[in-house]
Design a protein around this ligand. Sequence first.
Ligand SMILES: N[C@@H](CCC[C@H](N)C(=O)O)C(=O)O
Length: 259
Amino acid sequence: MLQKFHKYHGAGNDFVLIDITENNAIKLTQKDIATICHRRFGVGADGLITLGPSDNSDFKMTYYNSDGLEGTMCGNGGRCAVQFAYDRGMAGKKTTFDAVDGLHKGVITDDEEVNLMMQNIGEIKNTPFGMFADTGSPHLVIEAENLQKLDVKTEGEKLRHDDYFYPDGVNVNYYQIIDNVIHIRTFERGVEAETWACGTGSVATAVIAHHKKQFDSNSIKVQALGGQLTISFEFNGRYENLWLKGPAQKVFEGYDFIK
Ligand SMILES: N[C@@H](CCC[C@H](N)C(=O)O)C(=O)O
């Protein structure tokens, strides 16, 4: 069957998006999704997102990692979903949508970026390896001395599977602060590789750097391999009113043949 898809990226974190509001009958198996996301045998992406009907908002976003399994919240995917919904006339420049961790507001800004409201963050925890925060997805955050030279694939993969985080596993972020900007590299669970940006990981890293008093400001720039994100928040004993802003752009559209 030919399935219409759209490819977007958010700071280099790339996704296949499918509007299932008109064809809710489409059922994608884990193998279908993994094949669509495969960079040799498919379209190629870090994940796949469906936009379906929602009772209480403009649409429901469901996110799958490139391994074909449903993931937890994806910040850059959410930002791409906001741009996609606007491009398809499913929502205005201001929208509200439903995701696995609850309702999110999204705004397409005057500088043509997408700003996404994230859930409040609960406890920031210490682990034997670094600090941990759940920003809709679980993230371990580790400060590195030479980020550029770090073997993120080898080091990140070890921690992602460490017994300490069993059974859920964890996404692993390494960061270095240069000239008041957080530089970040992330090994993503479910993609099982380093991605070019991670929204929920950037939020976790910004609040942890603030928690460690490395920043006074409540607006922090995070430079990923594929682009820059800005995280802003209020701190009232806990991190609230969190927003993740950055580029979210269409790359192309097409039809994929799904058996
Ligand atoms: N790239 C995403 C994070 C996606 C979630 C993750 N891989 C998981 O399921 O653990 C983002 O931009 O937040």
